[in-house]
Every structure is written in structure tokens, then in C-alpha cells.
Design a protein around this ligand. Structure first.
Ligand code: ADP
Ligand code: ZN
Ligand code: ZN
Length: 764
């Protein structure tokens, strides 16, 4: 007899432990760690996942009281170490165990039990995005000597199409009109046969000319050092590749992966969602071909399933993906790589609210492989861990790549003080130096990138008479102004109003009734329009922002347009700052560098610095040196001065001492408990109770501070009131266990939600 630990998937209950069941002999061969099973639990049926198996009776349990597993519902999706990782995630991030296990399940394949009617029986509800087959036609043995009729052009076309191997029916039909009927006629005569073959969705090849990874003749010294450090890293150790933009970090990853593949092991590469473009994927595909599986959220469920399954079957030994690729079922993992490790998008903003960097570190130690982090602007967290030499008992090493390969040099950066421009009478979005820079690009027929910092104070309407900025009546978010439709929209809930109708049809300013609402901040459309007037038909203008990249493949199409143009200017938001590698780009302009500096967030300066450094890095990646022009109203800020001087320490020293003084990460750990609901009274009561419990447990422990409760910065969203409690703890504290226990302990009335966010990245 065997005993299984099973984590139950019951949505209404956040159960935080596995329960034990008997494994009946008849089904024992099918029960493995990772199997989905059906069990009974307090007089209902429930779906569960097997997380442990043993032959011995678990201590303290009476075998006669254990119930049997009823059925096996699905093949194993994860192994023992993955189960350990799921448990770690649940504890570390105060998430329900079933939610962290679901991270490991095949995409689009879920089983639930539910009742169709109140007192009806429990029923299984399966949604499956399982494999699909294609029909392929091929010539049979006899078919090879078949002579098509002279007068049948379709037969001849078909036989010649098949003469060099099987062809998919869909393609045959596209090539030869009426192919299906010819095939079925020839099938009857034994000339052609139809076979089914699994189709792997989501592996389309890219067409970007720049998306290749030709092997360089020699590695730079920095690349050699980085590879050596990776080679020497012991199991679970972390190597931070701190390499300036364009220093060739991708080549380091490719070479390190090659070594791992030679040992018969597999590799996992995480890149930020936004840079999972044709260009990045193409570089990995061009080096490793069909062994690469790609996982990101823009794939359909079927595509994601097939790519995931390639990892499971071992057809893929390299997985490139966004943060959720961490949970791909690769066996024999030899290396984990996280590119652009400083990116905020590695933090998941829904439960389980994990940070991919920390989960990867845990995964690396469970699998006994190194973790490689790469960035031109490493996070303060990683820099401090390397400075201290270790974190949570494993060694962290930093290796620098200070130079670009060949003749490429870092671009010259010029900071333009916009208050001076204003005083000189320049009312345009573009300063004089930026206009001159654009003119030089046009003359030389090269390419430019103009970035508009949209997060923070985007395009708002401000009352000229009283200074009020209209807010959404449902959320406390400033409304942004959309020029083409002359409307105000809320980016939190999506509501929008024609300008004249806000908040009622007769007045404009909700505060004083003035009609003089003026635009404050600009949008990408406005930049595009002014740019069009400046350049006329001398260059192609490509705009890339949330609006133009909405459709599937839009992102790639716009980049291809930019790639193909002879002389072009790419205008866009933050999304163009990262990962692009176009050697013809010789000018990068930042239209408004400082808007993100004003955000009420302790990472505001770090994010601004990273963004400027990254976007500056798009210039001068080829033979021609590049220049960068940064427009700002706050030229003296260390985040801007350090980019101007290519001197990170200017920013770092100021920032590190600010953080240490204010007891913010990486010198402390944060936990944020958010409570929301329609009734402010109930929200307040629930969170006050949580706060009481937290304070009780924290007691007098050194380094712990409990702040609040207080209203969130966005105090109302979609008519729900939001309050939060912030907890600071020492960097190594087990914050998740403590806050998770408190959150589970309070009674929440219906309509009140509570979330625990450990190491939060968005505290608004
Ligand atoms: P990063 O990721 O560090 O910003 P990339 O990996 O995009 O930099 O590399 C920048 C450019 O340098 C790419 O075009 C790449 O092909 C090229 N490159 C990388 N390594 C070498 C090398 N050793 N010799 C010559 N060119 C290289
Ligand atoms: Zn007003
Ligand atoms: Zn709203």
C-alpha cells in the first residue's frame, strides 16, 4: 500500500497544506508525483494534485481513517522538486498552495469538479487545449512508379508536389485547386496515403533580418570573463553579468547554453514579456533551431500548450519565455538565465505574487544548476547581494563587461534643460538640440528613436484657472486626455468621457467650472504629429505604443517596418527602450525624462535611471557612433546626471544611502497587505483586525515596523475602496509566513478582498 500527499484545488478554501490519501493497488502504477487525481473531501469530490508519495504510513496518521484516491485524472505535470518549489512559493509569498501548484500545470488543461445545480451530483468539467494533428499526404511505395494521366494536370501537379516528400493537406489545397478530391481518388487506388502528424503550434519562423545570431569571430575579454565565471559557479550559485548596453550579453548566454547542451542538459532563459519579440526569439532560434520552445502570453492557449509540451517530451531543450516559463517541465536543467534582471515585470501582480528572480534562485538550488542574471542596470537588490557576497546561504558573484565589441562605443549623452528652452521662448515639444539632431539623422539617411515617458504624468488636462486635474469619479486616478477623440479616459477602469461632457455637459473643470482646460504633458500621437510636420516625407515615422501594438503580431510588424525603412524615426513609449538592436540607429531622443521621477514610489529614481540608460543604449550599436539627447525639467537629479556622465556611481551612491536611511529594500523587506471592497466601513474594520494581529505577532522583534493602515494611493478603483498596511522587516525575515497566517485568521465578510503582496513592486 502507498500513501499520497494531495493538495486540494477547492477555490473557496485557501487550504495551506496537503492531505493524505491511500493509493489503491489497481491505480498505483498511474499515481505519480504531479498527477491530477479525484478524491473525496468533507463529503464532496475534489480535484487534487499529488505532491508526495511514500510506502510508509505518514507519522501520526491512522491508515484506517484515510480515504482512497478515487481516480487519476491526468498524467504527471511536475516532479518532486517542482512540488517542493510550489510549497516554497506558497509559503514565501503567502499564497494558497493550490494556486502555486497551478503554475506548473499544462497551459489550457484544467479539470474542475462542480455541481450543475444546487443539489445535483458533482461533475467533472474539463477544458482541454490538448494536441492537434495535421493531415499529411504522401506517395505510397507503389505510388512512386505511378504515371499520372497525360490529360490530368491536377494529378500531375499533385504527384510532382509529393515526389520530394509528404506535404500538409492544407498546403496542397492552397497550391492545387481541388486537391482534396484528387487526393481521395488517388488514395483509393493506393497511390497516395494520408497520415496524421502532430502539429506544433507557435513555432513560426521570424523574418526580421536582424534576428539572427551569427557567431562572432572571437569573444571580447568581458565575454570571456563572464563565461569563465559562469563555468566556475557551483550548484545554485548566482552570477550577475553587469554589462553595458550592447556589450554582447546575448552572446554570453548563447555560449553558456551551448556548453550546457553539450553535456546533455537543458536551459531556461527568461526575458521580459515586452522584449519577447521576433528579434530576441530569432536570435535563439537561429542558434539552436527547433530545440527552442517559446512561452509568452501573446500565444494562443493551443500554441502555449504545444510549446510547453515540447519541453515535457524533451523535444525542446531550450525554453525562452516570460516569467511563467520558470515552471516549464524541462528535465535535467543545466542553467537558468534571466535577461534584464532589473525589470519590474518579473514580479507577478496577481496571486501567487512571486518574483521570478527569487523563484529562479530557489529553482537553481533545487536543481543544482547556476543562475545567471544579466543587465546593464542591475537592480539594487542584486548589486547589494553581490557586494555582500551571498544571499540566503548561496554565493552571488558579479562580473563586469564594461565595453562594446569591436569599434562600437557608448553614445555621447547630452542633457537639455527644458526650463532654459522655455525661457528662450521655445514652446515646441522638441528642444533646439533635438531638432538639430533629427536634422543630422535625416541628412545622413540613418535612423532615430524618440521615447516618450508615459508612465506617471501622461497627457492630462489641467485647469488653467484653479490647477485642478480631472479625476475618474469611480477611481482616484487622473484622467488622461486623448486628442484624436477629444475625450478623457480612465486608465484604471477604462471609462471615458467626451471632454465637454465631463463631469456634466455644461462645464469643463469639475472644481471651478472653468472652460479653460489645458493639456499638460503630451502623448505619442502629439509627438508623432509634430514630428511629421518637422520631417515631412523625408523619413518614415513608426509609432509604437499601447494603442498601435494591440493586435496579434502588431509589435513585430511595426519593428519590421522600422527595420526595412531606409531612413526612419521610431516614436514610442517605454516599450521601445529595451532589447532593440538596430545598428543604424544613431540618435536617441528622450522627450520628457523626468515624469517618472515624480511618482510616489521608492523605486522612482531607480526606474528612471534604468529607463534612460536602457534607451540611451539603443544608439550607436553599429559602426557609426550614436548620440543621445535627454530633455528634462530636472537636470540636476543624480539619476539624470549619472546617465549623462556614464557614471553609475553618481546615482548609486546617492540612492543606496537614501534607501538605507529610509529603511527600504534592499536594506529591508516589504510586505503590503491590501484590502478592498465596496463598503469603506467593512474594509476598514477587516484591515484594522489584520493590523492588530500583525502587531501582536511582530511584537518587539528587531527591525520590524508596521505602518498604517492607510488609504492606498489609488484610494478608489472601480467603486471599491482600497486601504493597505505596510510592513518592513529585516532582509532575511520570513515575512510570508507571518503575514499569510494573519491574513488567513481574520473573518472576511462577502465582498471584502484581502491580498498579501511580499516584496511589492507596485504600491499604488
Ligand atoms: P546586449 O544584450 O549586451 O545589449 P547584444 O547581445 O545585443 O548586447 O550585442 C550587441 C551587438 O554586438 C550585437 O549586434 C551582437 O551581434 C554583437 N556582438 C556580440 N558579441 C560580439 C563579439 N564578440 N564580436 C563582435 N560582435 C559581437
Ligand atoms: Zn478649475
Ligand atoms: Zn476609473
Amino acid at each position: 500500500m502507498a500513501y499520497a500527499g494531495v493538495v486540494l484545488d477547492i477555490p473557496t478554501r485557501a487550504l495551506d497544506q496537503a492531505f493524505h490519501y491511500l493509493v489503491p493497488d489497481e491505480i498505483e502504477p498511474d499515481v505519480h508525483i504531479g498527477s491530477t487525481v479525484l478524491v473525496s473531501f468533507s463529503r464532496r469530490l475534489a480535484v487534487g494534485y499529488v505532491t508526495s508519495l511514500s510506502r510508509e504510513i505518514p507519522e501520526g496518521l491512522d491508515p484506517s481513517k484515510l480515504k482512497p484516491i478515487e481516480r487519476v485524472l491526468a498524467d504527471p505535470a511536475f516532479d518532486e522538486q517542482a512540488a517542493q518549489l510550489a510549497e516554497w512559493i506558497a509559503r514565501e509569498y503567502a499564497a494558497p498552495l493550490s494556486e502555486s501548484i497551478r503554475l506548473f500545470l499544462p497551459p489550457g488543461q484544467s479539470v474542475r469538479v462542480r455541481k450543475a445545480t444546487e443539489d445535483g451530483p458533482w461533475e467533472l468539467e474539463e477544458s482541454s487545449a490538448g494536441p492537434v494533428d495535421d493531415r499529411w499526404a504522401s506517395l505510397t511505395e507503389e505510388g512512386r512508379s505511378f504515371e499520372p494521366k497525360r490529360n490530368s494536370s491536377r494529378q500531375r501537379a499533385l504527384v510532382s508536389a509529393l515526389s520530394s516528400g509528404p506535404v500538409r493537406m492544407a498546403e496542397l489545397s492552397a497550391m492545387i485547386p481541388g486537391a482534396a478530391s484528387v487526393v481521395s481518388a488517388l488514395e483509393k487506388r493506393g497511390v497516395v496515403e494520408i497520415v496524421r502528424r502532430r502539429r506544433i503550434r507557435g513555432s513560426e519562423q521570424t523574418t526580421l533580418s536582424s534576428a539572427t545570431a551569427a557567431r562572432p569571430e572571437a569573444l571580447t575579454q568581458g565575454q570571456g570573463n563572464a563565461l569563465a565565471a559562469i563555468g566556475q559557479a557551483g550548484p545554485g550559485e548566482v552570477v550577475l553579468v553587469d554589462g553595458v548596453t550592447g556589450s554582447g550579453k546575448t552572446e554570453v548566454y548563447l555560449a553558456a547554453i551551448e556548453r550546457v547542451l553539450e553535456q546533455g542538459r537543458s536551459a531556461l532563459v527568461l526575458v521580459p514579456e515586452i522584449s519577447l519579440t521576433a528579434q530576441t526569439v530569432g536570435r535563439f532560434r537561429s542558434r539552436f533551431g527547433e530545440r527552442v520552445a517559446v512561452l509568452h502570453s501573446r500565444l494562443s492557449v493551443g500554441e502555449r500548450f504545444d510549446q510547453w509540451d515540447m519541453a515535457r517530451t524533451g523535444d525542446a531543450s531550450v525554453v525562452v519565455g516570460a516569467r511563467s516559463a520558470l515552471f516549464a517541465p524541462l528535465s535535467n536543467l543545466g542553467i537558468i538565465i534571466i535577461d534584464e534582471e532589473h525589470e519590474g515585470s518579473y514580479k507577478q501582480d496577481q496571486s501567487p505574487r512571486y518574483h521570478a528572480r527569487d523563484v529562479a534562485a530557489k529553482l537553481a538550488s533545487l536543481r543544482g544548476c547556476p543562475l545567471v542574471l544579466g543587465s546593464a542596470t542591475p537592480s539594487l537588490e542584486s548589486l547589494v547581494r553581490c557586494r555582500e557576497g551571498s544571499h540566503r546561504g548561496v554565493a552571488w558573484h558579479r562580473v563586469e563587461m564594461p565595453e562594446r565589441p569591436g569599434n562600437a562605443v557608448l553614445p555621447h549623452v547630452q542633457v537639455v534643460d527644458m526650463t532654459r528652452q522655455f525661457a528662450l521662448g521655445n514652446r515646441s515639444i522638441f528642444s533646439k538640440p533635438l531638432v538639430e539632431g533629427i536634422e543630422r539623422v535625416l541628412e545622413r539617411r540613418e535612423k532615430a528613436v524618440l521615447m516618450l515617458n508615459r508612465r506617471g504624468f501622461a497627457s492630462f488636462l489641467m485647469c488653467r484657472e484653479c490647477g485642478c486635474v480631472p479625476e475618474c469619479p469611480h477611481c482616484s486616478t487622473a484622467l488622461t486626455y486623448h486628442e484624436r477623440t477629444h475625450s478623457l479616459a480612465c486608465h484604471t477602469c477604462g471609462s471615458s468621457w467626451p471632454v465637454r461632457a465631463y463631469p456634466d455637459p455644461t462645464t469643463c473643470c469639475p472644481n471651478c467650472g472653468s472652460r479653460f482646460l489645458a493639456q499638460f504633458g503630451v502623448g505619442t500621437q502629439r509627438v508623432e504629429d509634430e514630428l511629421a510636420m518637422l520631417v515631412g516625407d523625408r523619413a518614415t515615422i513608426v509609432r509604437m505604443d499601447a494603442d498601435t501594438t494591440r493586435g496579434k503580431g502588431a509589435h513585430q510588424r511595426l519593428l519590421e517596418e522600422f527595420d526595412a525603412a531606409e531612413c526612419a524615426i521610431l516614436v514610442g513609449t517605454q516599450m521601445i527602450a529595451k532589447g532593440l538592436d538596430f545598428p543604424e540607429v544613431t540618435l536617441v531622443g528622450v522627450v520628457n525624462a523626468d515624469t517618472t521621477l515624480k511618482l510616489p514610489d521608492f523605486r522612482a529614481a531607480e526606474r528612471t535611471h534604468d529607463l534612460l540608460e536602457q534607451v540611451a543604449g539603443r544608439a550607436g550599436r553599429g559602426e557609426v557612433p550614436g548620440e543621445v539627447i535627454v530633455q528634462t525639467y530636472w537636470a540636476s537629479h543624480p539619476a539624470i546626471r549619472s546617465v549623462e556622465a556614464h557614471e553609475r556611481s553618481l546615482f548609486l551612491e546617492a540612492e543606496v544611502s537614501d534607501r538605507r536611511e529610509a529603511y527600504y529594500p534592499p536594506f529591508s523587506r516589504l510586505g503590503n497587505i491590501i484590502c478592498w471592497g465596496r463598503s469603506l466601513g467593512e474594509v476598514t474594520r477587516v484591515l484594522d483586525e489584520v493590523a492588530r494581529l500583525v502587531r501582536e505577532r511582530v511584537g518587539e522583534q528587531e527591525g520590524w515596523r508596521v505602518l498604517g493602515p492607510a488609504d492606498c494611493l489609488k484610494a478608489r478603483v472601480k467603486d471599491q475602496y482600497r486601504r493597505h498596511l505596510l510592513v518592513k522587516a529585516p532582509p532575511a525575515a520570513d515575512l510570508g509566513s507571518l503575514l499569510g497566517a494573519c491574513a488567513r485568521e481574520v473573518d472576511k465578510p462577502r465582498g471584502v478582498s484581502l491580498a498579501v503582496d511580499i516584496d511589492p513592486h507596485d504600491m499604488m
